[in-house]
Design a protein around this ligand. Structure first.
Ligand code: F6R
Length: 240
C-alpha cells in the first residue's frame, strides 16, 4: 500500500517527514530507524533537528539508527563519507537520543565479511521505519537497476548516472563502488518513507509508483510493501 503526500516544495516536504518521525523520538520506547543520506535528506534532517533541539522532549538514548549505504573504499572520517554526513546533519546535533548508531564500514579491508556483519545486524535490529531517497534511475540505497529484489548487503559498482550526480556533492574523486543494504532488508522495515524532491526525480518516481514491478526500476518493489508513505513535491509528482 502506497500513500502519496504531495507537498508544495522541499521545505513543506521536510516538515512532513519530520512530523512523521518526531513521535518516534518523543516516545521513550526503544526504536530502530533506517536512515538515508543525500541532498534530499538535508532539509529533512534540518527540520528534524530544528524541532527536536528546540523542544528536546523524550531525549534519552532510545533511538537506534542503521544507515543504508557507504562508499567503498573510503575512510569513515572522510568529509564525503555518508558517516560524516550523518554526524554533521543529525547524529551530532541530536546526541542525547541515540542508543546506538550503525554504519557500513567504508574502510573494511574485507567487504564481503563487512556485508555479512551488516546482514547479521539487520537480522538483530528490526526497523520500525526506513527512510529512503530515490535515484534518478530508480535506485534505492545503492541498489542500481537490475538488482534482484531478494539481495542482501553487498559491494556494488555505481552506475555512470549515479556517479555523475553524486560527484557534485563529493569532495575529491568519487569512489566507483559502495556497500549497500539490499532490497530484501529495505523491504523488511515495518514502514517505509520515501522522499522525492525536484523535477529530476519525476520520471523515476512515476515509474516506481505506476509502472511495472521490475528490478529495472528498483523502487518499484515498494508497490509490494504493506506500508509505504511517499512524500513528494509538485515537481517530483504531478497532480493526477
Ligand atoms: C543515500 C541513498 C541513495 C539516495 C538517492 C537520492 O543514502 O541511499 O539512494 O537516497 O541517490 O540522492 P539525492 O537525495 O542526493 O538525490
Amino acid at each position: 500500500m502506497i500513500d502519496v503526500i504531495r507537498v508544495s516544495d522541499r521545505a513543506a516536504g521536510a516538515r512532513v517527514v519530520a512530523e512523521y518521525l518526531i513521535p518516534r523520538f518523543r516516545d521513550p520506547a526503544p526504536v530502530a530507524i533506517g536512515l538515508a543520506t543525500g541532498e534530499t535528506m538535508v532539509p529533512v534532517y534540518r527540520a528534524l533537528v530544528a524541532t527536536l533541539a528546540a523542544d528536546p522532549r523524550g531525549a534519552g538514548a532510545h533511538v537506534t539508527t542503521v544507515n543504508l549505504d557507504e562508499y567503498w573504499p573510503l575512510a569513515p572520517d572522510h568529509p564525503g563519507s555518508f558517516r560524516a554526513f550523518m554526524e554533521r546533519m543529525l547524529l551530532g546535533p541530536l546526541k542525547p537520543y541515540w542508543a546506538a548508531v550503525h554504519f557500513l564500514d567504508g574502510a573494511a579491508s574485507d567487504p564481503v565479511a563487512e556485508c555479512r556483519r551488516y546482514d547479521a545486524l539487520l537480522d538483530r535490529v528490526p526497523r520500525a521505519v526506513q527512510l529512503l531517497g530515490i535515484g534518478v534511475n530508480g535506485h534505492i540505497g545503492f541498489n542500481e537497476p537490475g538488482t534482484p529484489f531478494t539481495g542482501r548487503t553487498r559491494l556494488v559498482s555505481l552506475t555512470h548516472t549515479t556517479r555523475r550526480r553524486n560527484q557534485d556533492l563529493f569532495p575529491g574523486p568519487l569512489p566507483a563502488q559502495a556497500l549497500t543494504m539490499g532490497i530484501r532488508d529495505i523491504m523488511a522495515a515495518e514502514t517505509i518513507v520515501l522522499v522525492a524532491f525536484g523535477a529530476a526525480k519525476r520520471a523515476a518516481l512515476t515509474r516506481a509508483l505506476t509502472g511495472p514491478v521490475t528490478p529495472e526500476c528498483p523502487a518499484s518493489v515498494l508497490q509490494t510493501h504493506p506500508a509505504v508513505t511517499v512524500i513528494a513535491d509538485q515537481e517530483a509528482w504531478a497532480a493526477r
